[in-house]
Design a protein around this ligand. Structure first.
Ligand code: CTP
Ligand code: MG
Length: 260
């Protein structure tokens, strides 16, 4: 394990309680088959292989006995001295699932990595870069990659313009300053608890706009640092992403590609 007396005692919250609407598989995304296993099991294996936490707290869709059984079987695979695997019912939103995980952390945890089960193929090196930045003193750290597309802002057209096209371009974002951010996102526990407590005061529209934990920490005014993520850490969201993930695991090279 990476935890030693000089490292913060770290837990991982794995949020796996989403319904997977965009993947359209007719089952929760965590249960979707991937490379002979499920997305959930790949995500759990990645965390254990990285060796970053004394506890893995998994948020599952409430009442999903199949995914619970997968966690129970996985727990039996863990070596003695491995992380404690805890299962909780997730919430109606991703933030709610993170909060359910926070409520079930072991006594003594000092830092938390929040990871999306949908990023089932995150390389170990990404976990290590995030954990190392926490060790080095960051309150909050996220993995990030450069944006390859040019990104523009738009508004819906109306009146005569609507007959031409549905949207009008209002500007071009400076690409060199943009990053696409991933998980695991790492936090000192006290900072993440404070951020989620503050989130409770947000109006429903602002709460719906919260797509990651770092955003909540940014709202506190606490610095959030970025380390290098990985294109292999794709979020399996659409059917195309699932094809890519399968390709990474079973591609023509016959071996799992690892882009650290
Ligand atoms: N998540 C969660 N609880 C929710 C919603 C999302 O734990 N109520 C988790 C998902 O399981 C996923 C991660 O948050 O690992 C990122 O969410 P996303 O990729 O949007 O997954 P889904 O919400 O399942 O997909 P969709 O939005 O297409 O329904
Ligand atoms: Mg979602």
């Amino acid at each position: 394990m990476r935890n030693s007396s000089t490292r913060p005692v770290t837990a991982v919250i794995l949020v796996a309680a989403g319904s997977g609407q965009r993947l359209g598989y007719g089952m929760p995304k965590a249960a979707v088959p991937l490379g002979g296993d499920t997305i959930l099991i790949h995500a759990l294996r990645g965390i254990v292989a990285a060796g970053v936490g004394v506890q893995i707290c998994v948020a599952l869709p409430a009442g999903d006995d199949g995914l619970r059984a997968q966690c129970d079987a996985f727990r039996d695979e863990l070596a003695d001295g491995g992380p404690l695997l805890t299962v909780v019912d997730g919430g109606a939103t991703r933030a709610g699932s993170v909060r359910a995980g926070l409520a079930a952390l072991m006594e003594g945890v000092e830092a938390v990595l929040v990871h999306d089960a949908a990023r089932a193929l995150t390389p170990e090196a990404v976990f290590h870069r995030v954990a190392d930045a926490l060790d080095a003193g960051a309150e909050a750290v996220i993995p990030a990659v450069a944006v390859v597309d040019t990104v523009k802002t738009v508004v819906a057209t109306d009146g005569g313009d609507a007959a031409i096209a549905p949207e009008l371009v209002t500007g071009t974002a400076p690409r060199e300053e943009l990053r696409a951010v991933q998980t695991p996102q790492g936090f000192r526990l006290a900072t993440l608890l404070k951020a989620h407590a503050a989130a409770a005061a947000l109006d429903p529209a602002s709460a719906a706009a919260v797509t990651d934990d770092a955003m909540l920490v940014e709202m506190l005014g606490t610095p959030v640092y970025a380390v290098r993520g990985s294109t292999q850490s794709l979020k399996i969201t659409t059917p195309l992403d699932l094809i890519l993930a399968e390709g990474l695991l079973e591609g023509p090279l016959g071996a799992r590609w690892v882009e650290g």
